[in-house]
Design a protein around this ligand. Structure first.
Ligand SMILES: Cc1cc2nc3c(=O)[nH]c(=O)nc-3n(C[C@H](O)[C@H](O)[C@H](O)COP(=O)(O)O)c2cc1C
Length: 360
């Protein structure tokens, strides 16, 4: 009831100011224990049918907050009260970065989309470590999304990811290696088969000497089926634990004309079909040997259930949360529970990849 009004006000502001104000609001409200517990009871939905254990981690529900919202580790401790089953912080790079020049964040209301070229603005490894080390027992699993600094050449990118894993292993439920942002020049080249293997092998070796936390790989929606096959081949060769599909798209064909010439990645409705297609290819090739997180264009429970039936074990939202508001997560979880009941399943894990079987 309140969010449409709040959204009207927030959408009067420039998107980046609205983002900061939103985070300020979350921190102010949820840092007050009584307000937090009242709101948590309104925003969370619990059901045994939504619980899963994946990569050895317990998820109370399958809906997470995608990377890029909590870039500075500002409110991850409130993911649980906000209704999420898990969430990502970051992308974090070893050295703090300002990111690209402003303006770098644009709304496309007509298409329920966002275009961003933030460029990994974040406080860096030390800042992230300082905050995470002060707070333990986060109530939801926290994934740390890691990336390379802009100034680090691709040939040395592995060292950046290794540093981040070394510095943050104590705090991550799992890591997400991000090689799919379109806003760090050349980053996506690391997705090519040879490059990817060279990047991931030393990272996995470092990780195995530490706590061996699960490592997920986040990929772009702008890939072909054969590129998806190459990625899956390397993922199995080096022992990656999970694939996150997908990041934003560089395809501007489905956004408003005034944004078509802006550099950056597009999220929300315009990325939905591409993300679904890549998710389907990945799921067909992975054959349930490792879990998949589906992200891109989720605005309701149907979108989330479709991704689960295409092979996602968990899902994440970003743009949908902005357009639909804070109740979205509860609505998705209630809708998922109803869909499971309708289809005769006791637990969400039984619906994973169902569509792929039907298509055979
Ligand atoms: C403003 C903005 C910043 C983002 N920053 C990151 C980031 O730092 N790292 C990352 O892996 N993904 C980032 N993403 C991508 C999202 O995590 C997600 O993969 C993408 O937006 C598709 O999901 P959606 O359609 O639900 O937004 C960002 C997205 C947006 C809109």
């Amino acid at each position: 009831m309140i969010y449409p009004l709040l959204k009207k006000l927030l959408f009067q502001l420039n998107p980046e100011n609205a983002h900061h104000l939103g985070i300020f609001g979350i921190r102010t409200i949820f840092n007050t224990p009584i307000a937090s517990s009242i709101l948590s009871s309104k925003l969370r939905y619990e059901s045994p049918s939504l619980k899963q254990t994946i990569m050895g981690i317990e998820f109370e529900n399958p809906v997470g907050l995608a990377a890029g919202f909590d870039k500075h580790c500002d409110f991850f401790q409130h993911f649980h009260s906000l209704g999420f089953g898990f969430g990502e912080v970051g992308t974090i790079t070893p050295i703090a970065q300002k990111g690209n020049d402003k303006p770098r964040l644009f709304r496309d209301k007509r298409n329920h989309a966002i275009l961003n070229r933030m460029g990994f603005n974040n406080g860096g490894l030390d800042h992230c470590k300082k905050i995470l080390s002060k707070m333990q027992n986060f109530k939801t699993p926290i994934a740390i999304n890691i990336g390379k600094n802009k100034i680090t050449p691709n040939e040395q990118a592995n060292q950046d990811y290794q540093k981040l894993i070394e510095g943050l292993s104590d705090y991550a439920s799992f890591f997400v290696v991000n090689i799919s942002s379109p806003n760090t020049p050349g980053l996506r080249n690391l997705q090519a088969k040879g490059e990817l293997k060279k990047l991931l092998e030393p990272i996995m070796e470092t990780n195995s000497k530490l706590q061996n936390k699960p490592i997920a790989l986040k990929i772009a929606p702008d890939i072909t089926e054969s590129e998806a096959q190459d990625i899956v081949d390397v993922v199995f060769e080096v022992g990656i634990s999970c694939i996150v599909a997908t990041n934003t798209t560089i395809d501007k064909s489905n956004i408003s004309s005034h944004l078509k010439d802006e550099a950056g990645g597009v999220s929300g409705k315009p990325v939905q079909s591409k993300s679904d297609q890549v998710l389907k290819w990945i799921a067909q090739k992975v054959e349930k040997r490792i879990p998949i997180i589906g992200v891109g264009g989720i605005f309701n429970a149907d979108d989330a259930y479709r991704k689960i039936k295409l092979g996602a074990n968990l899902v994440e939202v970003y743009t949908g949360w902005i357009y639909e508001g804070p109740y979205l997560i509860k609505k998705i979880n209630i809708g998922l529970e109803q869909a499971l009941k309708r289809d005769g399943f006791k637990n969400i894990s039984e619906a994973v990849g169902l569509q792929l079987k039907e298509d055979e």
